[in-house]
Design a protein around this ligand. Structure first.
Ligand SMILES: *[C@@H]1O[C@H](CO)[C@@H](O)[C@H](O)[C@H]1NC(C)=O
Ligand SMILES: *[C@@H]1O[C@H](CO)[C@@H](O)[C@H](O)[C@H]1NC(C)=O
Length: 177
């Protein structure tokens, strides 16, 4: 079935906050909304007693640090001004090896490449997540569900490719049914 690869690609670009991009993961959000940056260790292990460190770009800006329950949100561990009070982890997810973070009220300057690093593992593990914060081109107030990672909509970044892709996806799925 030759159409299948196309379906997969389209689902990736339309369906949510993450998509495979190069060696990493890409998260698209509208400016002002919240972003969840995913990071999970495999195989699964409880990371409640682990250390993980989120850094941004080549400058290695401190985004979020966690070490056995002590973290940027409950201590004075160095955190860049840009992220003060805006980044949290998911405490109840740590036992599922999930070190994802949430950045609230994203700004354009938050765009960039984030690394999620487990410095104490042998070998040390690093995951790269690219965040793209786009301008809201149309007013769609009322669409954001508080607390939920916003779905990047087709109006973000005026991405005509995605738009085309979405209609292709619908057509293909229709054909398959
Ligand atoms: C990690 O936790 C976040 C927040 O609960 C959730 O959105 C995400 O799906 C989880 N990731 C995995 C791989 O379970
Ligand atoms: C993130 O890294 C990728 C791959 O190195 C690069 O192409 C992209 O421009 C970077 N993104 C930002 C916002 O710096």
């Amino acid at each position: 079935m030759e159409l299948l690869p196309l379906v997969c690609l389209c689902l990736l670009s339309c369906s949510g906050e993450t998509s495979a991009a190069g060696d990493g993961v890409k998260v698209l959000v509208k400016e002002g909304s919240d972003a969840v940056l995913p990071c999970s260790l495999r195989p699964k292990e409880d990371i409640t007693r682990q250390t993980f460190d989120w850094r941004k770009d080549e400058s290695q800006k401190d985004v979020f640090f966690y070490n056995s329950g002590i973290h940027s949100d409950n201590s004075n561990i160095g955190q860049d001004e840009q992220f003060k009070g805006r980044v949290s982890h998911f405490q109840d997810q740590l036992k599922n090896s999930n070190a994802s973070i949430k950045i609230i009220k994203t700004k354009m300057v938050d765009s960039g490449n984030y690394s999620c690093i487990f410095p104490n593992l042998q070998p040390r593990q690093t995951f790269i997540i690219e965040l793209v914060v786009g301008q809201v081109l149309r007013d769609r107030t009322g669409e954001n569900i508080p607390g939920a990672a916003p779905k990047p909509n087709i109006d973000i970044l005026a991405d005509t490719k995605t738009r085309v892709c979405c209609s292709v996806k619908l057509t293909v799925i229709h054909l398959l049914q």
